[in-house]
Write a protein that binds this ligand. Structure first.
Ligand SMILES: [Zn+2]
Length: 59
């Protein structure tokens, strides 16, 4: 999936979290949840990154 890295780094746990292992949550603040997802650490719950996951060809 374009735009989504293979893994994220959790500063709190000081470890890398695979993208497939991270907890995906809907973003807040009015971003389209079908285009943006927040990836959170499965251990501590810290939000690691908000990633654009929108499909190509859509504005
Ligand atoms: Zn963590």
């Amino acid at each position: 999936m374009p735009g989504v890295p293979d893994s994220f780094h959790c500063d709190t746990c000081d470890r890398d979290v695979a993208a497939e292992a991270a907890t995906r949550t809907e973003t807040i603040g009015g971003l389209d949840p079908e285009k943006w997802q927040s990836f959170c650490c499965p251990d501590c719950g810290r939000k690691l990154k908000t990633v654009f996951v929108g499909l190509e060809g859509e504005e």
